[in-house]
Design a protein around this ligand. Structure first.
Ligand code: ATP
Length: 311
């Protein structure tokens, strides 16, 4: 069983309107609302792969109730910590001018809410083999919070996969998570370099593995991915696709990785499943959506090669 952690979820609201005019009344032609947050994207894709998923994090107010209700439609199990503040709303506006986002910062987490979350997590660590921790930290939690979660998972011998960026990722690595999944931009920020060759990326990823992270899964968008551990470096080449909406491809990739890893597939196939789920999401209009038969067909066209031989 798998648990996903989304500490700052949102109601993602998408407004479509012909044009947006400042200082005017703008009427929308369509509205779409979905439970948002990277962990929830991972959960949705895992559910489409037939895996039982428990979602945890913080939910508050009517917005929180709405999210929990929606997750039931995806056969996801709700195990949230209730909070005093209201869960946020994030707005995306599609108009002829382009794509505009208005993002609320989200609620501030109180000390007692944090303690309840940590107690809840201890219980979830007892019954779940994999824990996915994704996204940014809400106000009120210290920047090394992901390090604390990774340490707890390690103590209990569970696989914790961390998909974050900036300071929370940099500090999270010290907790020795099983896997981190930065994209290229996040990775460059992490290592503090902006022009990196393939060799540089491998070198730095191996240095991170030396610190106790088992795998670095470096996602490279339409250029595929690298999977690095302290012994092996695998590169996945993927065919060119017409991406429709690549948002959430990294989240879908994590779901594919967990699915194949939990089945005990060889690591080359695990990387293929990860890429295939990312690709299927990229060609779908909706975020965190895959098509299983398409994923299986992508598996046959992804080429995985070894860059550095095993020790
Ligand atoms: P997000 O943060 O939106 O979840 P990400 O930036 O973490 O995404 P990407 O590196 O963009 O993740 O993509 C993850 C995987 O999805 C890639 O390794 C690839 O397999 C697939 N993918 C993403 N974009 C494309 C694309 N344009 N064409 C084909 N495959 C793609």
């Amino acid at each position: 069983m798998i648990a996903t952690v989304t500490l700052n979820p949102a109601i993602d609201t998408r407004y479509c309107l012909p044009a947006i005019q400042l200082n005017e009344v703008n009427r929308v032609s369509s509205i779409d609302r979905t439970p948002g947050g990277k962990g929830l994207n991972v959960s949705r894709v895992l559910s489409q792969l037939g895996i039982e998923v428990t979602c945890t994090g913080f939910l508050g107010g009517k917005n929180g109730e709405w999210i929990a209700e929606q997750l039931l439609n995806w056969n996801l199990i709700n195990c949230w910590v209730p909070i005093k503040d209201e869960t946020r709303v994030c707005i995306a506006i599609e108009s002829k001018e382009g794509h505009t986002e208005i993002l609320e910062q989200g609620p501030k987490i109180m000390e007692n809410e944090k303690e309840e979350f940590l107690e809840n997590l201890d219980i979830l660590l007892g019954s779940n083999e994999y824990i996915v921790v994704s996204g940014s930290l809400p106000c009120g939690l210290e920047s090394d919070f992901y390090r604390q979660l990774a340490e707890k998972a390690k103590q209990k011998g569970k696989y914790l996969l961390l998909d974050s960026s900036g300071e929370s990722l940099a500090q999270g690595i010290h907790g020795k998570p099983f896997l981190i999944k930065p994209n290229k931009e996040e990775f460059c920020k992490l290592i503090g370099e902006w022009q990196v060759s393939l060799e540089d990326m491998i070198w730095h990823a191996q240095a991170i593995c030396q610190k106790g992270v088992e795998f670095v899964l470096l996602s490279l968008g339409k250029n595929g991915a690298l999977l690095v551990n302290s012994r092996r470096v695998l590169q996945a080449d993927i065919p060119t696709l017409m991406a429709v909406n690549p948002v959430g491809s990294g989240d879908s990739m994590l779901a594919g990785f967990i699915y194949a890893h939990s089945k005990g597939y060889p690591i080359e196939d695990v990387l293929k499943w990860a890429c295939a789920c990312g690709m299927s999401n990229a060609v779908s209009e909706r975020t965190g959506m895959i098509d299983l038969s398409q994923v299986k067909s992508f598996l046959n066209v992804i080429k995985v090669s070894e860059i550095v031989g095993g020790e």
